[in-house]
Structure formats: structure tokens, C-alpha cells
Design a protein around this ligand. Structure first.
Ligand code: RAM
Length: 970
């Protein structure tokens, strides 16, 4: 029996999405097969409405000969609102096998047309409650239902943030609903399946409503009510009965309103909750709401209600604190062991009126005191006042904090030590599927990878933010743009970015200019590398997921951005005017400046070209031939002018910085000799700087890629392996558990960069993750064919610290795995390729005759497409798992390499003396013990000197003794 199976069905990236309003949803599936080289030859999709037995088929695609298995459009009759559509898929493969029908999956439509909304926006009656007052509102309504309920749904939304309760129970586990969009233009509504909770007889629904992004304090200290000054709710309940009838209950002015226990709640500042003010039973029936105020109908300036587009925000992990201690300043502080974003939940048993105050911060200062300086005016303070009726549990509702440390005040008995078991940290972010894992033989690099992932978790909270802690937390466009390739390795970000791009599009100005932050609450706009999010992000989503619809939807926005730039320059083909952030926060900036040394018109013109190229490629994908021509022409001219303006006839760049060289290479601004020279100079710049970077937001994301691409992969690896200032691993060695905003957020002397702008959780520099997946491990794709339909596997053995690397990525087609391991004698490479894709694999430095695959020599196995090249053996394979093994000719010997980072710290003379002891008579001391030399050749010299592995280990042990301050990294 062979296995061929269709599984992991998704509709619009999601498994069984409830309440979508997409008219032609797209279906994707994965194929599992036990035969290598499986390709889909044909598929069939069937869809029913309401009917799990598939007796009445609403749409049958018929057998379609095609290898398409992702984003296949629903092609049936127009969809009905509020309907559950069941679907199933079967496929045929290239071995003439046919699968059974897949398991049944579904999607359910929401309200598809504005005319279906019967609800009214309501807010408390100002006669009873000051609508501008701070406490969160409670809204409630009782209603009676007949017996025979077959299904019940709640559709609705609110401004700012809401939580929903039905018959005394919280509905759904989503947090911070309805999320953050450009509210005036687009507001998401949510759908809840409440069939189980509805009762025949009397029911009660309750809504809690707080300020959130809509009207809370945002951006500047005196800035409130950005979108409006009234909170309001808009809900509609549909109940269906077994007699075929339906009942609709909506928000209207028969609802009652009150304030409750939440007396203050805001995104930046935290929440104050007085449990004594709880209204026991407020969301249950038979509650006496006589004293509650009424509600009034509120006119709302909202033009578009859209069904939830992004995955919801949820608690995704619960962390236990690792410690609690008293600081030198006398504060009691909890340590979560991880800079996290979310909230603290705690239990307490204390007399009525006990006030507990939690103040959240990211770091301790060099004296060990909790440091609030970098929060700017965000208070990040949670206060809880007990009701004193036994054990109480609390976590704030409508806010989140960025923190590792929490200062606790007023917890009963805290002077004798906090009962840590009563506290947990709830990690909160957009609940995206984790898709990528990276791991290698270097523990510091592994920690860096974790920091990158934590940075993403902390800043993907419905919008991609720059920071989650200080009084900012905004959707900065450049940050999102530089990080998206890494982000999409780590997590499935299709819905997340689709939603955000729609906000970008509606917030873009009529002249095509793009605001600095999306949603646009800040006002500034127009900077190169920031506005280019408009082209880079849809293109990256398309490449990663093969999502043409996103490209089609954004195409006008992409084009408008390029056309906006085109109007800026004094010369049509240069962008040499206007404000630009430049190479933001680069270390080659002048004293007290945020802007790096790279010429800003240089950067702007490179991004002009980059966006134009993307636009041209997008036009190609969408079959827009006129635009293909138009923008090819524009691109050629920009590149020509760029070379005229910024590159000398002998190929030298006018801006002699690392970043200038990086982006010129990365975005193919130079060709031929100039390209070679640019790569060479970049390498020189790094050598001169002892393999340290000085790049900022513009150069950093691409420096490693540009080096590897320009033929200097070794240098890229050396750069990564630096662990003194400035470097990625410097942060790690300073104890970072997330990625910092500045290379010197904490300086070598332990002091901080200015309070003005210092986030310890900023993902921009985490953009190296992309290169780690692609180049250190070696998973990439053929850029001409999106979504990893054609996978490229190219492990790169370089740098003595990497003897092992493993990356796994859950692509739209299924899991891709690459794991390689060098031992003294052999290279072992394991690869997994999902069905319906193919892969090109390079086995570096291998010779055909020497390669074993599984337990057979390659030459006699079933892979028949291979070729010996100067780089190694190249193979083309289909799906399946492969294990390659061959002699290690790479020159890398793990046993000599384990501890070399230690050696880096030693004085040459010292090292030679030690070596002499172990290898007397050695004439020329191998240079391995100098700070510079680490080449493979030198390692080989050690071998020649008859140093056995054990001896080398002994030497290293002695070296370590001498340098006790050197932190062991194993
Ligand atoms: C600060 C942050 C952000 C950056 C802007 C220009 O707010 O560093 O990440 O994009 O400046």
C-alpha cells in the first residue's frame, strides 16, 4: 500500500476560518506521499453549503489537470452570507495514483454586504455617564429565545477595544479586538460561534468597552482621541431555529450602560482595576440594571466594515518568572527571564481595598536597579484593588506591556519574599503559525535566533510595530520592510501583512506618498526605505506564498509610490530631494546624530530603482505588458543616472561607507568591473574595521547577503561571529533576550544609549535571520518561481564555528528541511522536500564517486540528475527525504574548532608559549593562535605538528585558565 494523501486544507491561509467576506476565497492544500518525486497531475475540489455529507454539491471543479495546489480560487456560484461552506479535495499524481477525498474542511461567510447590518452604533447616554470619562463601559441587553436553537452567531465590532460576554461567560479568547486598522476607512468586525452558549429562555449579552488605539493616548503626550472621542459598540446576533426561522438581536438604544471595575485602561499606560466595583452577574439574565444608564445611537465616521482579516491576537504562551529579588534601591522586582510582551497575571488573597501596583520595564541598569528611562511617557503600570473575598485572579484586559522585570508594590507580605507561584507572564501577539526553525552548532548564534523570534513575537501585535514598550509602538514602515523576509521564515504572515497592506493603501496620499507609520497616526511621510514598504512588502508576500492576489490588490499603490518618487527629483531618474531618515542609527553617524554617513540621495536613488524593479516584476507577474515596458525603461534610466552620479569611471562609489557598498551590490546598481570592485571594497571596509559593521537600518538588513552574494561569504560569517561591540553577538553576550534598537543600547561600560529613543525590543537588526536561514543553513528558492515551488538547497560551509546547521521551513507546499553536519571524516546532509515541488541541491566540495545517498552510492541510486562542478555535486531532485554522506574535504575539522572563540582573546606571544609546551620542536608556530589567522590551512598545520585532538583540547583548557574572564560559550 502506498501513501498519497491530501491534508492541511486551508482557505485564505487559515484552517476553517469563521466569518470571512472574501467573494472568491482561495483554497490550498498539502500532499503527503511516500514516493520520491511526487508531483500533482490533477485535482478536484468539491464545495457544499451547510452539507457535510456532500449530497448537494454547490461547486465541483471537475478534474482539473494542473499542478496548482495553493491559492486555487473558488469557482462556484456567488457565495451567500452567513453560510458555512464545506469543502474537500482529491488529487492525482505523476505515478497515476489517486487519493481518497481529503478530510472535510470549511469556511464560513460573514455579512457580505452593508445592507445586512441591522445594528446601530451605540454609546452610553451622556445623561447618565459622561461619554468622555475614563472608566471602561459596560453595555448589556437581555433577550428571550425560543426552544429549538440550531445555530447562533454574533457579528460585531467596537471602538476602541471590546470584550464580549454571554450569559456570564467570556466569548472567544481573542484579545484587543477589533485590532488596529485605519479606523475611519476600515474597521474589522469579528464573528463568534455561540450556538453552545445560547439558551432557550432568557439570555444576556455584555460588552466591555475601553479606549485602545481609537481614543487612548498615542504618539505624543497630549495626544488623545485620534480617531474619535466616543467609544461605541455595534453588534448583531443571529439565532436560527429548527423550524427554519431566524431571530436577530442588535445593538440599539434599548441597551443599558454602566461603568465597572476598569477605571482606567490604555495601550501605553496600563490598567487600573478596582475589583470592589465589579458588577456581579452583569452579563447574566435577571440582573437588576435599574440603576444603569441608557444608551444612545451614535453617528460614526466609519466608511467600511470588513470581516476580520488578520489572525487574532491571543495569549500564545505562559511564562513562569525565574526570580524575584530586592534591588539596591530597595524595590521588589520579578524577573521573567525573557523580555516579553503581554501581561502579568497574578493571584492574591488580601483584605478588601489592598492596592497592588505593577510597573513594567525591560532592563536593569548597571547598578542592578530597574530602569524605566527608555519608556518615555508610557507608564506601563497596572494597579489592582482587591475586593477581599478570598482568592482573586487578575490580568489586565485592554493593554499590553513590554517587559522582563516588574516592580511590585503592595503585594501582601512581599517584604518576606514574593510567592512567585502566584505570578505568570502571558505572552500576547498575533497568533500566527510558527513556520521556521533555525539551529546551529554555535550557542550564541542560537540565542540570537531566539532573540529574533522573540522580537517578532513582541512586535507583531496586529500591526508590525517598531517597539512594544515606550510611548510609541507604531507601524513604522522601514522596520517592517527590512524585517519581512525574516518574519516570513519564522511565522506564517500572509493574513497579517495582507491586512496591514490594505491600511497602507488607504492611508497612502492621493499623490502616492506613503506615511512613515501605518496606520498613519504620526503624520510624517515620504522617506526612502520607509515608503518602499509599499512595494517590498507585497512583493515579499507574493514571493513567499505565491499570493498573486496581494500583488493585484496592491499594484496601484505600488505604482503610485514609484510615480510619487519620480516627481521628486530635479532629475527624473535621481531622487535627490526631500527628507530622508537615511541609514538610520548607523554607527558612522556624526556625534549626536541619528543619521549615518551614507549620502541620502545615494540611498534614495537605490530605493527608487529597487521599487521600480519590483513594480516591473509585479507587472510581469500580473501580465501588465505596458507597465513592464514602462518600468523597465525607467529602471534602466535610473541605473544609468545612478552610475553617472555616484560611481566613478573606474568603479568607485562616491559614498565610501559600508552601507553604500552594501545596497549598491544588493540591488544590482553596479555591473561588471564596478560590481567586482564594490564587493572588493566592501570586504576591505570590513577588514579595516576588524570585521565590525557600522551600518544602520538601511545597510544592516543586507550586509551579510551582499557579502555572500559578492563572493565574500567568509567575511559575512566573521561578521556574524564577532561578539565584541558592535555586533549581533555583543548584544547576546550582554544578556539580551530580544534584539535592540541600537548597536549600543547598552554600551560596553554598561551605561545606556540616551533615554530619548532606546528600545530593547526592536526587530530591525533581527533582519539577519533571513541570511541565517538562506546562507548559514542554506534554504532558498528560485526567485523566478514563487512559494518554494522550486527549492534551492545550498549549504555553505564557512567559518570555523559552524560544523552543524539545521533549518526547517513550513512552506505553502509542506515542510522543507535541511540539516548538515560535519564530522572530522564526513559530511552528512539531510534534506526533506515536500510533494509537488522540486529542489536543486548543492553538496559542497563533494565528488560524485564519493557520495552515498541513504545506504547506496549516488551513482547507483534512484537520483539520476546530478553533475559534478567546481563547487561540488549539483543534483535536481523531486519530493522526498534524502540523506547524503561523503568525505569531509571541506577542511573544517570540528574537533579543532569548538573553542576557537576563546583563542581570539589571547595575546600571540602567550599563545605561542603555551603551544611550545605541547608541541616542542615546532619550528613555525601555527598562526591559529594569533588573533587574525583562523584559516583551514593553519588548522592543517596543527595536524602536521602531530597535535592530536586531545592535545589541542588540553591546550585550549590551559588557554582558558589563563583568560579566566573569557566567558565560556559552550
Ligand atoms: C524611531 C524608531 C523606528 C524608526 C524611526 C525612524 O521611531 O527607531 O524604528 O523607523 O525612528
Amino acid at each position: 500500500m502506498t501513501l498519497l494523501k491530501v491534508e492541511a486544507l486551508t482557505c485564505e491561509y487559515r484552517s476553517n476560518p469563521l466569518g470571512i467576506d472574501i467573494k472568491r476565497p482561495r483554497i490550498s492544500w498539502k500532499i503527503q506521499s511516500d514516493r520520491r518525486g511526487t508531483m500533482q497531475k490533477a485535482y478536484q475540489i468539491q464545495v457544499t453549503a451547510h452539507d457535510q455529507n456532500f449530497t448537494t454539491i454547490k461547486w465541483d471543479s471537475g478534474i482539473i489537470e494542473s499542478d496548482e495546489s495553493i491559492h486555487v480560487d473558488y469557482g462556484g456560484p456567488e457565495l451567500e452570507p452567513r453560510t458555512r461552506y464545506f469543502y474537500r479535495v482529491k488529487v492525482w499524481d505523476n505515478f497515476d495514483r489517486e487519493t481518497a477525498w481529503s478530510e472535510i474542511a470549511w469556511w464560513e461567510t460573514g455579512l457580505l454586504d452593508t445592507s445586512e447590518w441591522k445594528a446601530e452604533w451605540i454609546t452610553p447616554d451622556p445623561e447618565g455617564i459622561d461619554p468622555l470619562s475614563e472608566p471602561a463601559f459596560l453595555l448589556r441587553k437581555e433577550f428571550t429565545l425560543k426552544p429549538g436553537i440550531t445555530s447562533a452567531r454574533i457579528y460585531g465590532t467596537g471602538v476602541g477595544l471590546y470584550e464580549l460576554y454571554l450569559n456570564g461567560e467570556r466569548i472567544g479568547d481573542e484579545l484587543l479586538s477589533p485590532g488596529w486598522t485605519s479606523y475611519h476607512k476600515r474597521l474589522q468586525y469579528q464573528t463568534y460561534n455561540v450556538t453552545e452558549q445560547m439558551l432557550a429562555g432568557s439570555n444576556a449579552i455584555g460588552i466591555m468597552l475601553a479606549d485602545g488605539w481609537y481614543k487612548g493616548n498615542l504618539v505624543r503626550e497630549d495626544n488623545r482621541n485620534i480617531y474619535g472621542d466616543r467609544r461605541a459598540a455595534f453588534f448583531q446576533i443571529h439565532v436560527n431555529y429548527n423550524d427554519g426561522t431566524e431571530e436577530i438581536i442588535v445593538t440599539d438604544n434599548t441597551w443599558k450602560a454602566s461603568t465597572g471595575p476598569i477605571i482606567f485602561s490604555e495601550i501605553y499606560h496600563g490598567e487600573t482595576y478596582d475589583a470592589r466595583l465589579e458588577k456581579e452577574g452583569w452579563s447574566q439574565s435577571n440582573y437588576n440594571d435599574e440603576n444603569w444608564a441608557g444608551t444612545i445611537i451614535q453617528e460614526m465616521p466609519i466608511t467600511d466594515l470588513v470581516a476580520q482579516e488578520n489572525v487574532p491576537t491571543r495569549v500564545t504562551e505562559v511564562l513562569k518568572p525565574i526570580d524575584a529579588f530586592v534591588t539596591p534601591a530597595g524595590d521588589t522586582v520579578i524577573d521573567m527571564g525573557q523580555n516579553m510582551v503581554g501581561r502579568l497575571r497574578f493571584k492574591v488573597n488580601a483584605p478588601r481595598g489592598t492596592q497592588i501596583v505593577l510597573k513594567h520595564a525591560e532592563v536593569l541598569d548597571k547598578d542592578g536597579n530597574i530602569y524605566f528611562g527608555n519608556l518615555k511617557f508610557a507608564k506601563q503600570t497596572v494597579e489592582y484593588i482587591t475586593k477581599g473575598e478570598g482568592l482573586e485572579t487578575y490580568a489586565p484586559h485592554f493593554t499590553f506591556q513590554g517587559f522582563r522585570y516588574v516592580k511590585v508594590e503592595g503585594y501582601p507580605g512581599q517584604e518576606n519574599g514574593l510567592p512567585l507561584e502566584n505570578f505568570v507572564g502571558e505572552v500576547i501577539h498575533s497568533d500566527m503559525e510558527r513556520t521556521g526553525e533555525f539551529e546551529c552548532s554555535d550557542p550564541l548564534v542560537n540565542r540570537l535566533q531566539q532573540n529574533i523570534v522573540w522580537g517578532q513575537r513582541g512586535n507583531f501585535l496586529d500591526v508590525p510595530t517598531d517597539c512594544p514598550q515606550r510611548s510609541e509602538r507604531l507601524g513604522w514602515t522601514a522596520d517592517a520592510q527590512v524585517f519581512i523576509p525574516t518574519a516570513l521564515f519564522n511565522y506564517q504572515g500572509g493574513p497579517f501583512f495582507t491586512k496591514w497592506l490594505r491600511d497602507l493603501k488607504v492611508d497612502q496620499l492621493p499623490d502616492g506618498n506613503v506615511p512613515f507609520v501605518i496606520p498613519n497616526v504620526e503624520g510624517g511621510m515620504g522617506s526612502a526605505a520607509w515608503g518602499d514598504a509599499a512595494t517590498i512588502i507585497p512583493w515579499t508576500v507574493y514571493q513567499t506564498y505565491g499570493d498573486k492576489r496581494v500583488l493585484a490588490e496592491q499594484f496601484d499603490s505600488m505604482k503610485a509610490w514609484v510615480e510619487y518618487i519620480r516627481k521628486q527629483g530635479k532629475n527624473e531618474y535621481l531622487w535627490n530631494t526631500g527628507f530622508h531618515f537615511g541609514d538610520w542609527l548607523a554607527l558612522d553617524a556624526k556625534e549626536n546624530s541619528f543619521v549615518g554617513a551614507t549620502a541620502r540621495d545615494f540611498i534614495a536613488t537605490v530605493f527608487y530603482a529597487h521599487s521600480t524593479r519590483i513594480l516591473r516584476d509585479a507587472a510581469e507577474v500580473l501580465g501588465k505588458q505596458d507597465e513592464v515596458q514602462e518600468y523597465s525603461f525607467l529602471l534602466d534610466n535610473i541605473i544609468e543616472q545612478f552610475n553617472h552620479e555616484f560611481v566613478s569611471p573606474s568603479g568607485r562609489l562616491v559614498s565610501p561607507t559600508q552601507t553604500a557598498h552594501v545596497i549598491a551590490l544588493m540591488f544590482d546598481m553596479v555591473e561588471g568591473k564596478a560590481k567586482e570592485r564594490t564587493a572588493y571594497e566592501l570586504n576591505q571596509l570590513l577588514i579595516q574595521n576588524d570585521y565590525h559593521l557600522n551600518t544602520g537600518f538601511v545597510g544592516t538588513p543586507y550586509i551579510s547577503l551582499a557579502l555572500s552574494k559578492g563572493g565574500y561569504h567568509e567575511t559575512a560569517v566573521k561578521l556574524l561571529m564577532k561578539d565584541d561591540f558592535p555586533s549581533w553577538l555583543y548584544q547576546v553576550k550582554k544578556g539580551a533576550t530580544t534584539v535592540w534598537e541600537h548597536w549600543d543600547s547598552i554600551k560596553p561600560d554598561g551605561s545606556f544609549w540616551s533615554d530619548q529613543m532606546n528600545s530593547f525590543n526592536h526587530y530591525a537588526y533581527g533582519s539577519i535571520g533571513n541570511w541565517m536561514y538562506k546562507a548559514v543553513a542554506g534554504i532558498d528558492m528560485d526567485p523566478a518561481i514563487p512559494a518554494y515551488k522550486k527549492i534551492k538547497i545550498e549549504p555553505k560551509f564557512a567559518g570555523i564555528s559552524f560544523t552543524q546547521a539545521k533549518a526547517a521551513y513550513e512552506s505553502m507546499y509542506g515542510r522543507i528541511l535541511l540539516s548538515w553536519h560535519l564530522t572530522n571524516e564526513t559530511v552528512e546532509i539531510e534534506v526533506e522536500i515536500p510533494a509537488n515541488t522540486t529542489a536543486e541541491i548543492l553538496l559542497p566540495k563533494a565528488q560524485v564517486a564519493d557520495v552515498m545517498e541513504g545506504n547506496k552510492p549516488l551513482v547507483s541510486g534512484d537520483i539520476n540528475s546530478y553533475m559534478e562542478t567546481t563547487e561540488g555535486v549539483r543534483l535536481t531532485v523531486g519530493s522526498g527525504s534524502y540523506q547524503f554522506r561523503y568525505r569531509n574535504e571541506s577542511g573544517l575539522r570540528p574537533s579543532f574548532t569548538e573553542d576557537t572563540r576563546i583563542i581570539d582573546f589571547l595575546d600571540y606571544k602567550e599563545a605561542v608559549d603555551i603551544l611550545e609546551k605541547f608541541a616542542p620542536g615546532i619550528t613555525k608556530p601555527p598562526a591559529i593562535f594569533s588573533t587574525k589567522a583562523r584559516s583551514l590551512k593553519e588548522l592543517a598545520e596543527l595536524e602536521e605538528a602531530n597535535l592530536t585532538v586531545d592535545k589541542v583540547k588540553a591546550i585550549i583548557a590551559e588557554l582558558k585558565m589563563l583568560k579566566l574572564e573569557v566567558e565560556l560559550v559552550k
